[in-house]
Design a protein around this ligand. Structure first.
Ligand code: SPV
Ligand code: MG
Length: 286
């Protein structure tokens, strides 16, 4: 079998069009996102945790998140953007993380300015931020630790998630760019895109802006591009679809006593074989 080659995240971003990434937690979900046309896959901490029925609260280790991201990247010909939470500790943890992710072939990581251990942005919980200079130092350390100039570090501010004003998010993102961030991610849990739009209107565009429109799902990708967004991450729709689909499927089989009613709507076994690249494997021993 041929070694799978893929462009770096930076290379894909530099093509110029707005880049869409879909969240996943395993290689199968990642490959299905790629099949639909997504130009990158978000290795989501929420999804990777949920896949183990654990909260997205820094419970899994860096090694476990890396293993998930690397398994996705191995199966893909588009780049993974690894959601690395807070960087799993202090600045030295961030340096170690960058070494390990780079060695595993990951070309982009995202770090957020919350305190370790973090809690998922949508959870009913107090969200505590690291002081901006301390997070800027983490970004600087990440950039010092990378060995390939192509490696891409996204600095994510949780200022709006913590209930702080847009001005605070802007000030933080400017500091993170000064520290070397390759892009900034402005996260919001508002029901509309207004806060993010306000951010974009005042952003000086020195670096690309990444958004995650989970709570404001009606923002069309073309309108986001028009507003100055460079990357849109559909972070968890795949996971939520999996939950609904499996629940429906298992209930139906259990309640009807057989699986006939589902046969027309679930994927065929040969469809799964092709996702497994079974034919390529069979050629190996032919
Ligand atoms: C993730 O998908 O893990 C994210 C996005 O970080 S969110 O769940 O909105 O925090
Ligand atoms: Mg996350």
């Amino acid at each position: 079998m041929q070694k799978q080659r893929y462009p770096s995240f930076r290379t894909v971003l530099e093509r110029g069009d707005i880049l869409r990434a879909a969240g996943a937690h395993d290689a199968l979900g990642a490959v299905l996102a790629q099949e639909s046309g997504f130009q990158a896959v978000w290795s989501s901490s929420f999804e990777v945790s949920a896949a183990r029925c654990l909260p997205d609260a820094s419970l899994l280790t860096m090694t476990e998140y890396l293993e998930a991201a690397a398994a996705m990247q191995k199966a893909l010909s588009v780049p993974v953007v690894a959601d690395c939470d807070t960087g799993y500790g202090n600045s030295l943890n961030v340096a170690h993380m960058v070494h390990e992710y780079e060695r595993a072939g990951i070309t982009a990581v995202c770090l957020e300015d919350k305190i370790f251990p973090k809690m998922n942005s949508f959870a009913e919980a107090e969200q505590q931020l690291l002081p901006a200079p301390a997070f800027a130092h983490k970004i600087e350390t990440a950039k010092n630790a990378q060995s390939d100039a192509d490696f891409f570090v996204i600095a994510r501010t949780e200022a709006l998630i913590a209930g702080l004003p847009v001005q605070e998010a802007l000030a933080r993102c400017h500091a993170y760019v000064d520290a070397g961030a390759d892009a900034v991610l402005i996260h919001s849990k508002a029901k509309t895109k207004d806060q993010v739009l306000e951010f974009l209107e005042q952003w000086d565009r020195r670096r690309p802006v990444v958004v995650v429109p989970t709570t404001y799902p009606d923002w069309h990708v073309d309108d986001a591009a028009q507003a100055g967004v460079s990357v849109v991450i559909y972070a968890n729709q795949g996971l939520r679809a999996t939950v609904s689909s499996l629940r429906h499927t298992f209930r139906s089989i259990y309640e009807t006593g057989n699986s006939t009613a589902l046969e027309g709507s679930i994927a065929s076994v040969s469809d799964v074989f092709s996702l497994q690249r079974l034919a390529d494997w069979q050629k190996l021993e032919a």
